[in-house]
Write a protein that binds this ligand. Structure first.
Ligand code: GAP
Length: 483
């Protein structure tokens, strides 16, 4: 089996309706993507799998859906207004703009592949002198690096100017802050005791300097985040428990552990709120020669300490005494009735993108197989729970009224229990190939005999084996095979 690269998935996605370039008829919009009929089903199934796992299967997590646009103070006190930025440089010759750290990583990667090594010296990483512009290739003249805040700005209400500071608001760059500012609401209404978590799933927006690689880095994406609150002394243990739990959960999505690596962020890489972050890297770039560069971030699990609850609190008890917040009305500390202590809980945060998960799921499920006619077929070996379509009902002869009527009836009968489609737009070989390529676990074929013996042929996507099944027991048979 050949490992697919992202380009293979881009082409499959466009061809079969998983993901399309956004605003395509107007020439597209850099790094924006729309999810088609199969993509929206796959994304919904991933989100459902995650929600079922964290909110329903555990008994220590509540769900939440907070606003995308919050009071600007949320981002002021969270630190995002001042620190949520990337270093940016412009090419003086062609004016192309790049993220300085990514440019450097790619350049050193390329040089290492050629057997040359370049040492980074000082803060400016010698970009001005060493790195040619990837767009024009001619210049090594870069502007000084400067921070570029990644939050998308907008204005609220009928203001006269887009720059009116009173109306300034942001689209959230992470779902997490909506959880922190609702900590007390959820605590009071759910009557939870530590440890407990709050889960949220939804869109986030970042004005990335260099988005790219299909849906890997985009300006609009979806996150699935848990903020899990605990006593400070329990945080290291619970952090490790979440790392183990995510290893297991990714396996349930069909993602192979061979394609996952853990990466411990260095002190310089840690976000302003984090004490320790372990990233899970996925082999998104199998075509790269250097094995280390094949991997990039799928998710991160951070120990955010008590940073967020403190900064949003009326009376923070910070040792530095500087984090005074005069704008909030609440103190987000926690009172433990058993020990009679009041303190700010620590928070462990597993944060994963829906879009990167979908990409990893597609890459891991992709297989090419040669049939007995020597033709190469694509099979998406998706877990049945994630497959956009569970069953396809195919009539063997589309001009035979009895067969077509029975096939359409079977489609209607199966649909309430499992997502089913009916397709008669080709010969049976072509119809099977089409369903294999979108990951449909089972095809049900209605033939002439079905009208006599009240049975159909069920074909398995992964083995291509066929079995005769009685129509009366079809729903039960497929339900058990799908679960
Ligand atoms: N609340 C913590 C947080 O937002 P992050 O590492 O910046 O942490 C978490 O983001 C996850 O969100 C990433 O691991 C990735 O899966 C996804 N993500 C972040 N930026 C993204 C982007 N520009 N495009 C697609 N997914 C992104």
């Amino acid at each position: 089996m050949s490992a697919p690269n992202i380009e293979t998935i881009v082409s499959l996605s466009k061809r079969r309706g998983f993901v399309y370039p956004a605003s395509d008829i107007y020439g597209g919009l850099g790094s924006s993507w729309d999810y088609g009929p199969l993509g929206v089903e796959l994304a919904n199934n991933i989100k459902k799998a995650w929600w079922d796992w964290v909110v329903y299967e555990r008994d220590d997590i509540e769900g939440l859906d907070s606003s995308i646009i919050q009071n600007r103070n949320v981002w002021k006190y969270s630190g995002h207004e001042t620190t949520f930025s990337d270093p940016m440089v412009d090419c003086r010759a062609c004016k192309s703009r790049y993220r300085e750290d990514k440019l450097w990583d790619e350049f050193t990667g390329a040089k290492e592949a050629e057997g040359q090594y370049i040492l980074a010296v000082g803060e400016n990483r010698l970009i001005k002198f060493e790195v040619p512009c990837p767009t024009c290739g001619k210049s090594k003249e870069w502007t000084d690096s400067r921070p570029f805040n990644l939050m998308f700005r907008t204005t609220i209400g009928a203001v006269s100017s887009d720059d009116d500071p009173m109306a300034l608001a942001y689209l959230r760059p992470e779902t997490a802050q909506g959880i922190f500012v609702n900590f007390k609401n959820v605590l009071d209404t759910s009557r939870r005791k530590l440890p407990f978590g709050i889960a949220q799933l939804g869109k986030a927006f970042r004005n990335e300097v260099t988005p790219g690689n299909f849906i890997f880095r985009t300006r609009e994406f979806e996150q699935m985040e848990v903020e899990y609150f605990c006593r400070p002394e329990d945080a290291p243990r619970i952090h490790q428990e979440w790392i183990d739990a995510y290893d297991a959960w990714l396996g349930t999505l069909g993602i192979s552990s061979d394609n996952i690596k853990h990466y411990e962020q260095t002190a310089a890489e840690l976000a302003h709120y984090s004490d320790r972050t372990v990233d899970f890297l996925y082999r998104f770039f199998p075509e790269r020669e250097d094995e280390e560069k094949q991997f990039d971030e799928l998710l991160g699990i951070a120990n955010r300490t008590d940073y967020d609850l403190r900064v949003h609190s009326k009376k923070p008890e910070g040792e530095d005494g500087k984090r005074i917040n005069p704008d909030t009305t609440e103190d987000l500390s926690y009172f433990d009735p058993q020990t009679n202590e009041r303190f700010y809980p620590y928070c462990i945060e597993p944060s994963i993108g829906v879009n990167r998960t979908l990409l990893a799921v597609l890459m891991d499920a992709y297989e090419e197989r040669t049939n007995d006619k020597g033709e190469v077929r694509v099979i998406l070996r998706l877990k049945p729970s994630l497959a956009p379509i569970k069953v396809a009902v195919l009539p063997l002869a589309k001009n035979n009224e009895g067969i077509v009527t029975l096939a359409k009836k079977l489609k209607r009968d199966l649909q309430p229990s499992m997502r089913t489609v009916y397709d008669d737009t080709g010969g049976i070989g072509k119809l099977y190939a089409r369903q294999d390529e979108v990951g449909t676990p089972f095809c049900v074929t209605v033939d002439h005999e079905s009208l006599e013996d009240n049975a159909v042929t069920v074909r398995d996507r992964d083995t291509w084996e066929q079995e005769r099944v009685s129509i009366d027991g079809l729903v039960a048979y497929l339900s058990s095979r799908l679960s």
